[in-house]
Design a protein around this ligand. Structure first.
Ligand code: SAM
Length: 214
């Protein structure tokens, strides 16, 4: 997802109290930033932020950080945040490429990572850019706590098969693997939909999901 550059977006982002502007300076201090010891969940590639905002409202005892690469997309999330009457205290955003995530979170600092409808990068030579690739799993291994988990959802079966095939070589195990999340009563009970999930499930695409740990 890349939206055309929107005039004034840089200024809106610069002024937002929800955006962490120098995230490297918060490395190792995320709990201090939130002012509590609650678990820290991250969504990487949050897009317009619907999922993470709904999660923050539903789970006030967890702190959430949404990461998005493009400022034009982050701006949409901030506009959505503006419309919320009771703004959640437990959410912040970062505009960055997740390849630099080790500069921003310390060893074991996060408790869960969500990857939702990650870009597929279909060409083989771009496999390393896929967020559920072993290269990214290696980074996530560093920043996740001992019992930390990664949850990945997509309607792209090729990307999902690739993601599953990356688990063993990267030293991860699946707690859950489904190729049709919405058909599984138990798994879909507390499922919070992302923007893409709503769009693609509404045209009949089954949603794949895994939950993994080391
Ligand atoms: N997660 C949202 C959803 O499910 O509705 C958005 C999905 S959209 C297909 C993927 C988003 O991930 C895009 O907004 C893209 O800019 C962002 N993204 C992709 N690779 C990224 C990276 N390496 N770091 C940060 N954001 C990334």
């Amino acid at each position: 997802m890349r939206l055309r550059n929107i005039p004034g977006s840089k200024e809106v982002i610069a002024e937002s109290e929800y955006v962490i502007h120098e995230p490297e300076t918060v490395k190792g201090k995320w709990r201090r930033l939130f002012g509590n010891e609650k678990p820290l969940f991250i969504e990487i590639g949050m897009g317009k932020g619907r999922f993470i905002m709904d999660m923050a409202k539903a789970y006030p005892d967890i702190n959430f950080v949404g990461i998005e690469r493009y400022s034009s997309v982050l701006l949409r999330a901030l506009q959505k945040m503006d419309e919320i009457e009771e703004k959640p205290e437990n959410i912040r955003f970062i505009c960055m490429d997740a390849k630099d995530i080790l500069d921003v979170f310390d060893n074991g600092e996060a408790d869960r990572i969500y990857l939702n409808f990650s870009d597929p990068w279909p060409k083989d030579r771009h496999a390393k850019r896929r967020l559920p690739s072993r290269e990214f799993l290696k980074r996530f291994d560093v920043i996740l706590s001992k019992d930390g988990t990664i949850e990945f959802k997509t309607d792209n079966k090729e990307l999902f098969d690739f993601a599953v095939s990356e688990l063993e070589p990267a030293g991860w195990k699946a707690d859950v693997i489904t190729y049709d999340l919405h058909a599984d009563k138990e798994l879909s009970k507390d499922n919070i939909m992302t923007e893409y999930e709503e769009k693609f499930s509404s045209i009949g695409n089954p949603i794949c999901k895994y939950i993994i740990r080391r």
